[in-house]
Design a protein around this ligand. Structure first.
Ligand SMILES: Nc1ncnc2c1ncn2[C@@H]1O[C@H](COP(=O)(O)OP(=O)(O)OP(=O)(O)O)[C@@H](O)[C@H]1O
Length: 314
C-alpha cells in the first residue's frame, strides 16, 4: 500500500474519469478537432476538475505534452506576480511538437479582481500560442470578462453508486476485503467528493480491514446505533448510563462536540419524523439542542454541555 491511493488511482485518460459524462464527451470533441478554446472548470472539491484537465492535456497535446504544459496554482505562496511571470515566460516560447501550449491555473477564485484583470490581458495577448484551463470552486467569483472568454464546464458531485463502484474496484485491485456497509458509510460521509472517499477508504484499510467500524473510527464519528442507544437510555430516565455512553463515544472515537450535537439532532429528528416521538417532546428538546450547539460553538466545554443536554431528556 505505497503512496496515496488518490494519486495511484487518478484516471489517466478521459475515458476513465468517473461520471461527468457530458463534460467528458465535449472534451473528447476538442481532442478530435485538435483545438480548444479557453476553458473554465467550476465545481466542488474532489470531483475531477484537475484530473480531467490533465487527461485532456495528454490527449490533445500528445507525446510532447510535458514540454507544452504548465500547471500553476493561483494562490501560490510566492505571490501572484511570480505566477504572472511564469505565465509570460511560458507563453513567449513557441509550441514544440504540438499545435499550441496549455496553462492549467488552479484556484482562480482566490485571485483578487485586479489580478484577474491582469490575467485576462494575458489571455488576450497569447491567444495564438496558448490556451488556458482555469479551475475554481465558484464561477461567481470570477470577473465577467474572463468568464465570457471561456467555455464553462460545471462539474457536479459524483453519484453515490458511481463512488461505491469505484471504491469497490480500488479495494479489489489492492486485494483488500471490505464490508458493503463500510462502502455505504464512506459514500454517505463523502457527499459526492471522490478524493475524500478514496482517502477514507485508504485510511480504513490501513487500520487492518475495510469494516464499517474502522470507517467510523477514521472519520471520528459516532455510529448512529450508539447515539440511538444513548438517547434511548436518557429518555428512559437512566441518566448515569447515557452519560457513560457519551463519555465512551467521545473518548474512544474522538467524536467532536459539534459532531455529537449534530448526530443527536439527526437521531431526534428521525424519531419525530417516523412518529416514534411526540411533537411536544421534540419541541422541548430542540430548544435545548440548539442551545447546546450554540454554546459549544462559542467555546464552552463540550462534555459538560452534552451531559447537561442529556439531563434535559429525562
Ligand atoms: N471523476 C473522477 N473519477 C475518478 N477519480 C476521481 C474523480 N474525481 C476525483 N477523483 C479522485 O480524486 C482525486 C482528486 O481529484 P481532482 O484533483 O481531479 O479534484 P478537483 O475536482 O480538481 O478538486 P479541487 O477543486 O480540490 O482541486 C483524483 O486523483 C482521483 O483519485
Amino acid at each position: 500500500m505505497l503512496g496515496p491511493w488518490v494519486e495511484k488511482y487518478r484516471p489517466q485518460s478521459l475515458d476513465d474519469v468517473v461520471g461527468q459524462k457530458h463534460i467528458v464527451n465535449r472534451l473528447k470533441q476538442y481532442v478530435e478537432e485538435e483545438s480548444m478554446p479557453n476553458l473554465m472548470f467550476t465545481g466542488p472539491a474532489g470531483v475531477g476538475k484537475t484530473t480531467s484537465a490533465l487527461a485532456l492535456v495528454k490527449s490533445i497535446l500528445g507525446e510532447y505534452w510535458r514540454q507544452n504544459f504548465l500547471e500553476l496554482n493561483a494562490s501560490d505562496a510566492r505571490g501572484i506576480e511570480t505566477v504572472r511571470t511564469d505565465i509570460k515566460n511560458f507563453c513567449r516560447l513557441k509550441p514544440v511538437g504540438a499545435p499550441f501550449r496549455i496553462i492549467f491555473l488552479d484556484e482562480v477564485d482566490n485571485m483578487t479582481k485586479d489580478a484577474q484583470h491582469a490575467l485576462r490581458r494575458e489571455m488576450e495577448m497569447y491567444t495564438k500560442t496558448a490556451s488556458f484551463i482555469l479551475s475554481c470552486n465558484y464561477s461567481s467569483k470570477i470577473i465577467d470578462p474572463i468568464q465570457s472568454r471561456c467555455a464553462i464546464f460545471r462539474f457536479t458531485p459524483i453519484k453515490a453508486e458511481e463512488i461505491a463502484d469505484r471504491l469497490k474496484f480500488i479495494a479489489e485491485t489492492e486485494g483488500c476485503e471490505y464490508e458493503d456497509t463500510a462502502i455505504t458509510t464512506i459514500v454517505n460521509f463523502a457527499e459526492g467528493d471522490m478524493r475524500k472517499s478514496v482517502n477514507m477508504l485508504q485510511s480504513a484499510a490501513s487500520t487492518g480491514s475495510i469494516t464499517e467500524d474502522h470507517v467510523f473510527e477514521v472519520v471520528s464519528k459516532a455510529k448512529p446505533q450508539e447515539i440511538k442507544k444513548m438517547v434511548n437510555t436518557a429518555l428512559m430516565g437512566d441518566f448515569m448510563k447515557s452519560r457513560d455512553i457519551l463519555r465512551e463515544v467521545m473518548i474512544l472515537q474522538g467524536t467532536s462536540g459539534e459532531d455529537m450535537v449534530n448526530q443527536i439532532y439527526q437521531d431526534v429528528s428521525g424519531r419525530v419524523m417516523s412518529g416514534q416521538m411526540d411533537g411536544d417532546v421534540y419541541m422541548n428538546l430542540i430548544g435545548a439542542i440548539a442551545e447546546t450547539d450554540f454554546r459549544i460553538r462559542e467555546g464552552a466545554n463540550p462534555r459538560i454541555q452534552l451531559e447537561a443536554l442529556l439531563a434535559k431528556f429525562l
